[in-house]
Design a protein around this ligand. Structure first.
Ligand code: PAF
Length: 281
């Protein structure tokens, strides 16, 4: 596997004839969701770069950063089958934050105000700081992000526009277990009982989608909360139905607009987030 720790070295290696460069930014803890992004990137591009960097500025709680599942050996093993098709970029803090580990400040308007933006202050400034650094260092033509972090995806799109980088941002469908649990690096922190119980999240979201014409948003939230909290160590953090364009929560649905449901649930100490598109009313 070709691994670079410095973007300057990586740039020298990228042949000028590479017509299309795809970037898959990750924080390691790789799983099938990442693999699906990598496979799509390999299909679409001549060269694919996978970055692994656990970005401290996007963790607003030090405990979350300390518990983040990091295992570079395991990640390298998972990437082995793709070793001829990708380049790994594993920068250190000095490479990304030469003047000190802190995030820049951005204004994404309503996109960063609610959901993760509200409960994790500073999170999206941290995400945007690292994504801006990666985009500027790697200069990809296309970059791949999962829809599981839909708010992040919309913010990356806004960042790309704001900085006029002209990168094609590709949003990829959430990959789920056969039970419907959205894949996430943090799932490895769940007990087997919590994993089993966590299927309630997607089951309840899918059920709500069948009730769009009958239920108010309040009723949807009530249903979701009671289903999820029926499991003893599960606790709802938020449930919002939001306008897909501006990510502002709504109380009523307008048939002319597109909506998504966003949820965050604590399973013990581990946070699960998910979102689905609300079908036509
Ligand atoms: O989604 C993630 O894994 C991270 O937020 C990202 C985009 C790699 C930035 O650190």
């Amino acid at each position: 596997m070709v691994i670079f720790h410095k973007a300057s070295e990586l740039q020298k290696n990228l042949s000028s004839s590479a017509t299309s460069i795809g970037l898959v930014p990750t924080m390691g803890g790789l799983h099938i969701g990442h693999i699906s992004l990598i496979q799509k990137a390999i299909k679409d591009n001549m060269r694919v770069i996978v970055s692994i960097y656990v970005n401290p500025t996007q963790f607003n709680q030090s405990e979350d950063l300390e518990n983040y599942p990091m295992n570079i050996e395991k990640d390298l093993k998972i990437l082995m089958p793709f070793k001829n098709n990708l380049i790994l970029y594993i920068p250190n803090h000095q490479e990304i934050y030469p003047t000190g580990i802190s995030s820049k400040k951005y204004d994404f308007g309503s996109l960063s105000v609610h959901m993760e933006g509200k409960v994790r202050p500073g999170h999206f400034d941290g995400v945007a700081t690292i994504v801006e650094a990666l985009f500027k260092k790697i200069k990809p033509d296309k970059a791949y992000f999962g829809e599981k972090d839909f708010q992040q995806l919309q913010i990356v799109r806004a960042l790309n526009k704001m900085l006029n980088l002209g990168i094609e941002i590709i949003g990829c469908t959430t990959i789920r277990t056969s039970d419907g649990l959205a894949l996430s690096s943090r799932n490895s922190l769940l007990s087997s009982k919590q994993i089993d119980n966590a299927k309630v999240v997607y089951e309840a979201l899918k059920y709500i989608n069948t009730k769009v014409s009958d239920w108010s948003i309040k009723e949807m939230k009530y249903y979701f909360k009671s289903k999820v909290e029926a499991h003893e160590d599960f606790k709802l953090e938020y449930f919002y139905v939001v306008n897909q364009c501006d990510l502002v929560p709504v109380s009523f649905l307008d048939p002319k607009k597109e909506y998504r449901v966003f949820i965050a649930v604590f399973a013990g100490k581990t946070r699960l987030i998910d979102n689905i598109k609300l079908f036509r009313i």
